[in-house]
Design a protein around this ligand. Sequence first.
Ligand SMILES: *[C@@H]1O[C@H](CO)[C@@H](O)[C@H](O)[C@H]1NC(C)=O
Ligand SMILES: *[C@@H]1O[C@H](CO)[C@@H](O)[C@H](O)[C@H]1NC(C)=O
Ligand SMILES: *[C@@H]1O[C@H](CO)[C@@H](O)[C@H](O)[C@H]1NC(C)=O
Ligand SMILES: *[C@@H]1O[C@H](CO)[C@@H](O)[C@H](O)[C@H]1NC(C)=O
Length: 223
Amino acid sequence: MAKTMSFLLVPLLFLLAAADTHMNVTDNPADQLVSVINNNRTTHKSSSLYSNQGLACIALQYIKAYQGDCKAVGGPDAKKPFDSQFAETFAPNCGVQVSTLSPITGRLLGCQSKYVDPPKAFSEVLIENQKSLDILYDKNHTEVGAAVSGSDGGGPYFWCILFSNGKKNSSFVLDGGVAKITQTGCFSGANDACSGANDRSRSSHFLQFVVTALVAVGYAFGL
Ligand SMILES: *[C@@H]1O[C@H](CO)[C@@H](O)[C@H](O)[C@H]1NC(C)=O
Ligand SMILES: *[C@@H]1O[C@H](CO)[C@@H](O)[C@H](O)[C@H]1NC(C)=O
Ligand SMILES: *[C@@H]1O[C@H](CO)[C@@H](O)[C@H](O)[C@H]1NC(C)=O
Ligand SMILES: *[C@@H]1O[C@H](CO)[C@@H](O)[C@H](O)[C@H]1NC(C)=O
């Protein structure tokens, strides 16, 4: 009996954790990218950066400003959203209080037709040359936000990292403490699951994750 109980306890605890949206999930490519960045920075003796949810939500808005146009990211047709869009569109869309917007001390942006995992996106899509390494290791950064998004129906996949020198608890502050979800895609810092970049909705994927967990448990334990 005791043995059976402990067998049941593990999946049960897992389900309880899965039901709590504030669980510590790493199943989010944007969070994984932040982890790659921080590991790379610390081995390079730069500080580890605070993962700011508001800044990351803005990074997703930043991607959306490209409207799926990969060619506008780099090369001769490169474009950049106007700085004014941070206060006018990006912050309101996320629920970030405009008065808490802080300087952006660096950005890394990449776009590719194929989806690759976060470590590959980092080394093959985002870090291209010495200039991107200088941005990565800049000593001015204190916090980071990352986002990944595919255009509707799949690629191209955009990756965006924004760095800021804002203070951890007084920059990119979110109304109610949670970013408004208005777009498809994944962003870091929210402590939530978000799989791939094709998401129609983060919460429906979260449910799918819970359902998958249930099915797996049902299969393994014949519940
Ligand atoms: C998530 O868990 C890992 C390992 O247990 C820990 O190092 C990390 O700080 C946690 N992150 C958050 C946001 O709680
Ligand atoms: C970093 O800080 C230094 C000194 O305050 C400043 O000169 C430099 O422009 C800053 N770099 C960025 C990318 O903001
Ligand atoms: C950090 O990233 C750069 C660029 O991808 C890479 O060349 C370097 O080897 C990485 N450093 C570590 C310690 O992983
Ligand atoms: C901000 O964070 C610092 C240290 O992390 C803490 O000492 C301070 O009380 C916090 N301020 C607010 C307003 O939460």
